[in-house]
Design a protein around this ligand. Sequence first.
Ligand SMILES: [Zn+2]
Length: 263
Amino acid sequence: MTIVFLALLTLIEGVRRVPRGSVVLHRVLFGPWAVEPPEPGERLRLPAWWSPLMSAIVLAPRTQYERTDAAALRAQLEGRALYTALFDLRLLGVVELFVLVLGLPFALQRFGALGFFAALGAVLLLCMTIFIALALSTHALGKPWRAALRWSLPYLSPFAAPRSAEALLEETLRDVAPSVASSALLPGDAFLRWVRPIVYDATNGREVDRRLLEGLNLQTLRASLASHNGKGMWCPRCGATFVQGESCSECDIPLVLAGTPSA
Ligand SMILES: [Zn+2]
């Protein structure tokens, strides 16, 4: 019973207000990132489940992005400082989550009050470690000490602490154009699948959220998106292949013959 209650409390921590036009990326533990379809309207959502078991980052749209350099972002994400911090926070988050949800009730049942307080001590120690690591990392990102400590404070809560890695990553990406962030995080083919309709719509004068195009090198992208190796027909907007047919059932666009570059 306690386990269910604690699990629910930590799950609720994942509820987020997702603004319209946000790009939401998610991943399972240390697996590859995946992107969700664009948000049609603002709503309350649960993009992450017991982060970091299933974590999500919400890239809310901004009027302007200060960082559009994909290479610089990739270097930062792969750089030792941030990479290690994110890895450690994720690991600490998993451990803290398990001690909180499973360890605490188990210790109480098995060893009584003493067990409960020992487990509680472990949880608080883990939360303190997470808080300090988070404050150090956000300070390294350029926040002054006071701001870094204040920003990290909510993650002292045992229920929010497991989310610290995704919070730090989201904070790192705050001024980064969503397309640049997606190209750095997503596997190559997943990024192309996501960006293909955006580039197609922009090229063909259809309605598209211009902010999603920021930081993209349209010329090189168009070149890498223009051809499709395979048999049959394919849709130049979503990349789906068809054995036969005239138009894409999803996009309502005339299909082109595979192997030939699309116009
Ligand atoms: Zn299509």
